[in-house]
Design a protein around this ligand. Sequence first.
Ligand SMILES: O=P(O)(O)O[C@H]1O[C@H](CO)[C@@H](O)[C@H]1O
Ligand SMILES: O=c1cc[nH]c(=O)[nH]1
Length: 288
Amino acid sequence: MPLAASELILNSDGSIYHLNLLPEDIAETIITVGDPERVHDVSKHFDVIEVKKGKREFHTHTGILNGKRISVISTGIGTDNIDIVFNELDALVNIDFGNREEKDKKIALNFIRIGTSGAIQPDIDIDSFLLSAHAIGLDGLMHFYNCSDEQNITLASKLNSYLGWQNRHITAYAFDCDDLLKNKLNSNRIRFGTTVTNAGFYGPQGRGIRLSPALKDFHQKLMAFNFQDKKVTNLEMETAGIYGLASILGHRAVSMNAILANRATGKFSKNPARTVEQLIQYCLEKIS
Ligand SMILES: O=P(O)(O)O[C@H]1O[C@H](CO)[C@@H](O)[C@H]1O
Ligand SMILES: O=c1cc[nH]c(=O)[nH]1
């Protein structure tokens, strides 16, 4: 059955609704960044840029680096945007826009998130790089999809019993990164971690400026959780949604975090732009 006009929404030029992209506009290796300005910070390293398109906060550049075709796309902030970006990127490669049907032969995309994050353990250095080996979502996105086969159910259920936040309507889901990409992006500069993704930067990350977070023990609880000798390391706003959607759509994903804040020590990077640039250069060297 062809997908209805209300489900697979195409613009008048045939491009996908929010991303404004045609199937030929994207590479099979895709870097996601939160900040639209970071798209240029990545693509300035390409040898050639073939595509520059955008709409709203979703800006895309596709080019070649050392003979490899790479796309970089900005997702904006949050897993609500990740839902749009991942469903539409998947449609670009796995739906035939001519007959509006799923293709028989699927393409598996490689996603590398280059983002920023705040550590919650005091021993994680500001300006260091952390690869999210596991991701825990407190935001709720993946509860709208059938994903019990792909989830790290043991991690999610242990954390849910430990936190006891379900009376607050917070039920964690959990996914792991892709092992191939993990090995590709690894080196002695990288620390592996368990990343918590949530639906906001302030209350949902235990921050208060004028408003006090309702969960007073948010950090203490997360800091003390131990799963197979691993601790929760950092907080951000996209990784669990990226891992979840990539897993159920048959893609590969890894999330690389520039640690800008340490919530346990109260410190913030003195030069966040330099740290992000160093992480971009690191990732491009590893994937090209
Ligand atoms: O630097 P990016 O990739 O946007 O990632 C982090 O920074 C934003 C919050 O400042 C959130 O999107 C969070 O996940
Ligand atoms: O503390 C932080 C820093 C960057 N991004 C986040 O989401 N949280």
